[in-house]
Write a protein that binds this ligand. Structure first.
Ligand code: GLN
Length: 490
């Protein structure tokens, strides 16, 4: 059985009909990993024994007719910022090398309890800082559609592993676009839920006010199944919402006739690649064919979103990364041969100096500067004020529209090495994704075609807790286009 082609719903059906066993499915995924990894390097760690043991348990559930979730027996993997009890978790950073968490992230635990089989941990930009997966301290991941291109980021390992059929689905985190961006680069579906819809407990924190765990899948239907399991209140995360989680799958297949959809012109700014613009506009016309009314609109503060993001997010990063001091977690110079401790500060300084990569250091410096006395009011406070206005912009837009449509990334996948030496260029990749992280809205990237042989995604943005609406529209669009059927040739 070949996992490359299978979606969750197809695999679940084969399992239920006993045409394949959970163990066979896991073995086939492991084999695929062996074939694909030398080319794409999506995994930081593969855990075959653990996976096969889980697969046996899943099969026992299936044999008893006990499979409550469509995820039972489905091979998957987590972005390496998800804490997984007993399995090394590094956030792709040297400073966490060797760190084995004593507990699992709530969403990872829920996926495990739903019966899914974890095959290992996936590469990403270190601490999720980046848009190409090149900031990983363990080497870049490659795009399965074109090996000389990046898979996007920061959840590039997750997106590449799904696209290459190494796993049937994966998890990612989206703090400024890190689920949607790599999904758009790999012809996969990446869902960023409303802030608070999925618990952040056990996710290595990047920026606590915007971090959102979510799924990367092959189809919108699969996305509904995984989100269903991940979403919901968690007593370990005070910011997780108590709102009941709707039955997402029940919205699939309903039409979107009469829906009002806004297209904000600020998302079609000067830096937008012509080919991406063409594909996005063609996708928008499809929604009209599906019965929605499309209207041009304006979200004036969108133009400031990237600047606001790159003040607030580094500020939170500088605070969240303070805990890696060479004492509590992972790497420490104290354990380096020949190192003598005569000064505690020296342990902090040297551990952080050696353990963090260039991008983490850059963000710690930016954030520390923006938060320092004398600059706090001019930068951080001002940015927070604009953020609030931006949030109101979106609230107003959703009084009028069911959904908004926009590009995900301003460019198609770019080449490995093309932007990594120029942080500002790299930051510009986030120009259309960071906004809804600041406002807390949910959004998805769904495949909308190819620029040559390079995948491009469309962004569907919804009102707060409008996940079901996004899935309903995303599914209708996907069924009308079926770009997801075009597989990479590796
Ligand atoms: N590319 C963005 C950044 O570097 C997004 C990161 C993310 O969502 N984790 O900040």
């Amino acid at each position: 059985m070949d996992t490359v082609e299978l979606t969750i719903s197809q695999a679940a059906e084969l399992l239920r009909k006993k045409q394949v066993s959970a163990v066979e499915l896991t073995q086939s995924a492991l084999q695929r990993i062996n074939e694909a990894e030398p080319k794409i390097h999506a995994f930081l760690k593969v855990t075959p024994e653990r996976a096969l043991a889980q697969a046996k348990k899943a099969q026992a559930l299936i044999d008893r007719g006990d499979e409550a979730s469509p995820l039972v027996g489905i091979p998957m993997a987590h972005k390496d910022v998800y804490c997984t009890a007993g399995v090394e978790t590094t956030a792709a950073s040297n400073i966490l090398r060797g760190y084995i968490p004593p507990y699992s992230a709530t969403s990872a635990l829920r996926i495990e309890q739903a019966g899914a089989v974890m095959l290992g941990k996936l590469n990403c930009d270190a601490f999720a800082h980046g848009a190409s997966t090149e900031n990983s301290d363990f080497g870049p991941t490659r795009n399965p559609y074109r090996l000389d291109c990046v898979p996007g980021g920061s959840s590039g390992g997750s997106a590449a592993a799904v696209a290459a059929g190494e796993v049937v689905f994966a998890t990612g985190t989206d703090t400024g676009g890190s689920i949607r961006h790599p999904a758009s680069f790999t012809n996969t579906v990446g869902f960023k839920p409303t802030y608070g819809r999925v618990s952040r407990y056990g996710i290595i924190a990047m920026a606590s006010s915007t971090d959102c765990p979510g799924p990367i899948t092959k189809t919108v239907e699969d996305c509904a199944y995984v989100l269903q399991v991940m979403a919901g209140h968690d007593t370990h995360d005070a910011t997780s919402s108590r709102r009941p989680v709707p039955d997402y799958a029940s919205f699939l297949g309903k039409n979107i006739k009469g829906w009002k959809i806004g297209v904000p012109n600020e998302y079609f700014s000067a830096g937008l690649d012509r080919e991406v613009e063409k594909l996005t506009r063609t996708a928008i016309l499809k929604f009209e064919e599906l019965g929605a009314t499309i209207e041009g609109t304006s979200l004036p503060l969108q133009d400031y979103a990237l600047a606001v993001y790159y003040i607030i997010i580094p500020s939170e990063i500088s605070s969240n990364l303070a805990r890696y001091d060479g004492i509590k977690y992972g790497f420490s110079v104290e354990r380096e041969p020949g190192f003598k401790v005569d000064d505690l500060l020296e342990v902090y300084r040297k551990s952080r100096g050696k353990g963090f990569g260039a991008e983490a250091k850059r963000r710690i410096m930016l954030g520390t500067y923006a938060l320092s006395a004398g600059y706090y009011d001019a930068y951080y406070k001002k940015a927070m004020q604009v953020r609030e206005l931006l949030r109101r912009n979106f609230l107003q837009a959703f009084e009028k529209y069911d959904l908004l449509l926009a590009p995900v990334s301003p460019t198609p996948p770019f080449r490995v090495g093309e932007k990594v030496g120029d942080p500002l260029k790299m930051y510009l990749s986030d120009i259309y994704t960071v906004t809804i992280n600041l406002t807390g809205n949910p959004g998805v990237s769904v495949p909308c075609g190819f620029a040559g042989d390079l995948p491009v995604g469309l962004q569907i943005i919804g009102p707060h807790f409008g996940e079901a609406k996004i899935l309903q529209a995303g599914y209708a669009y996907e069924q009308a286009t079926r770009f997801y059927q075009q597989k990479p040739k590796i």
